[in-house]
Design a protein around this ligand. Structure first.
Ligand SMILES: *Cc1c(COP(=O)(O)O)cnc(C)c1O
Length: 389
């Protein structure tokens, strides 16, 4: 194959052309400000934005589209959820603990770290088991009447593991604790249920929508309050000021609707690719490990550790294959990712990992080619390594 093959669907996805089609009229023709209710062009844009809100609400089983707040992406949604809750309820609730899993995305970890440092909160990191699933016994012990907020992601972006959101939800409910879920890697890929959580973060560009748009589900009944991060015109019910980007809102809405329609077929296809990938790699390369739980994972995210070779070296040997070692945000630093460290049996295996992301536009031909090339490169690198021999 003499072209680039994209297998990094956890870092981002291409915008589906069917999504782009629906966005295009809202750039140059239907360009009204959705907050200008006094004239028809404003109302036209507003209708489009409200339709998108309903499309998102439907996909995540939110009863009310008003529970959806548009943001610039999951980073902002996570910041708004965590900062918003702590700043609104922090000193009212007499609860001073925040609990997060230790494999959350950086934007959750860094936000909580800063809130704890500046606000005198106690931040507790819940460990994960070697399969990448959060330790429920630890959560059961630590979620108590002093806890304000728990944040656990639905699906991990590096190892694809699906967390037991129902069980965590039950623990939080029982103890009156707020539960935020970063569902950027779950929405559109597996069924998610907003009624299990108080806050849920979504990203457009992880689900074949455009970059620069996301959403935050905020529970309405009973109403959960948030302090805003930005101040201004009071759009999005005062929670997120600023003019909404109508084309991007239309895009994330369309992406949600498509994902809901195609989820079952897409997963069936990706499951076949996943089985083929794992079987081939395991049969042809000894001392290779699949990171994350073998079953409780999304099919499009594979993460292997190849003993005796550096993940970076594998990537350098495969310039036509877009895969990643570590996560996109930290891969400029040659340090094993904290997620791999948390789930690897040994430090060297955390350095030896690559993530392969399959998605909507991955073909069988690409999967076969990638498998063959990875086996070839790992075998060659091992044959040159004194450590391996
Ligand atoms: C990509 C991602 C984010 C950040 O989303 P953006 O929309 O790029 O800001 C947050 N959490 C997870 C789990 C992600 O995969």
């Amino acid at each position: 194959m003499d072209r680039t093959i994209y297998m990094d669907y956890q870092a981002t996805t291409p915008c589906d052309k069917r999504v782009l089609e629906q966005m295009l009229p809202y750039f140059c023709e239907k360009f009204g400000n959705p907050h200008s209710s006094s004239h028809s062009m404003g109302r036209e844009a507003k209708l489009a934005v409200e339709h998108a809100r309903q499309q998102i609400a439907k996909l995540i089983n939110a009863s009310d589209s008003e529970s959806i707040v548009f943001t610039s992406g999951a980073t902002e949604s996570n910041n708004l959820a965590l900062q918003g809750v702590v700043r609104f309820y922090g000193d009212r609730a007499n609860r001073s603990k925040i609990i997060v899993s230790n494999i959350e995305h950086k934007c959750v970890l860094e936000t909580c770290y800063t809130l704890a440092k500046d606000g005198g909160f106690e931040l507790i990191y819940a460990p994960v088991e070697k399969n990448g699933l959060v330790d429920l016994n630890f959560l059961d012990e630590h979620i108590d009447e002093k806890t304000l907020l728990v944040s656990v992601m639905a699906v991990n972006n590096e190892i694809g593991t699906i967390q037991p959101i129902d069980a965590i939800s039950a623990m939080c409910r029982q103890r009156g604790v707020l539960f935020h879920c970063d569902a950027a890697q779950a929405v559109g890929k597996i069924p998610v249920d907003a009624s299990m959580v108080d806050l849920m973060s979504i990203s457009g560009h992880k689900i074949y929508g455009p970059k620069g748009i996301g959403a935050l589900y905020v529970r309405r009944k009973p109403r959960l309050r948030l302090s805003p991060i930005f101040y201004g015109g009071g759009q999005e019910r005062g929670v997120r000021s600023g003019t909404l980007a109508t084309p991007l809102c239309v895009g994330i809405g369309a992406a949600c609707e498509l994902a809901g329609k195609e989820m079952a077929d897409e997963n069936a296809r990706l499951n076949r690719f996943k089985e083929f990938f794992i079987t081939q790699i395991m049969q042809n390369l000894e001392k290779t490990y699949l990171n994350g739980d073998p079953d409780k994972r999304i099919p499009g995210c594979l993460n292997f550790s190849f003993e005796g070779v550096e993940g970076e070296a594998i990537m350098l040997g495969l310039p036509d294959l877009c895969i990643s070692s570590g996560s996109a945000c930290t891969s400029e630093i040659l340090e094993p990712s904290y997620v791999l460290r948390a789930v690897s049996a040994r430090e060297d295996l955390a350095h030896s990992s690559v993530r392969i992301g399959l998605g909507r536009f991955t073909t069988e031909e690409e999967v076969k080619y990638a498998v063959g090339r990875i086996i070839e490169v790992v075998t060659r690198l091992r044959s040159m390594s004194p450590l391996w021999r």
